[in-house]
Design a protein around this ligand. Structure first.
Ligand code: 5GP
Length: 118
């Protein structure tokens, strides 16, 4: 029987290219792809290839992935030529933080003036 894609494994399937998405960048450690429901003209998600549920799961062993995710987010922002006007990096965590997909991701948002955080 074919396994159903749910929010718990959707990003894993994007990494393995088992479901379609617009991948912007991929290396051995992480994948960056366009958000399916963009909140800004540029809305890209950067995720680790090895599943981490959320930012609470960052520890002494895996902390370097966060640096690499931010490094790649900035690289993409520069490639998209939004670094001078500006952009936003967001990490949502759990229910109050607005995290819908339980797989660590950084949102890169830009291409328009963003409102204040709330
Ligand atoms: P969160 O609310 O968890 O911080 O953000 C999850 C993000 O994942 C949302 O912006 C949502 O639009 C995006 N998303 C959910 N499902 C898919 C999908 O199947 N493909 C892509 N590319 N993005 C998705």
């Amino acid at each position: 029987m074919k396994k159903k894609t749910n929010k718990y494994n959707i990003f894993q399937k994007i990494i393995k290219k088992e479901i379609k998405s617009k991948i912007i960048y991929q290396n051995d450690n992480l994948t960056a792809f366009e958000d399916i429901n963009p909140k800004a003209p540029i809305h890209i998600l950067i995720i680790p290839n090895k599943k981490i549920k959320n930012i609470n799961q960052i520890n002494i062993e895996n902390k370097n992935i966060i640096i690499e995710m931010i490094f790649i987010a900035v690289k993409i922002a520069k490639k998209k030529k939004i670094e001078k006007k500006g952009y936003r990096l967001v990490i949502n965590c759990n229910k109050d933080g607005g995290q819908e997909i339980p797989y660590l991701h950084i949102h890169l948002l830009g291409g328009r003036k963003l409102g204040s955080i709330g």
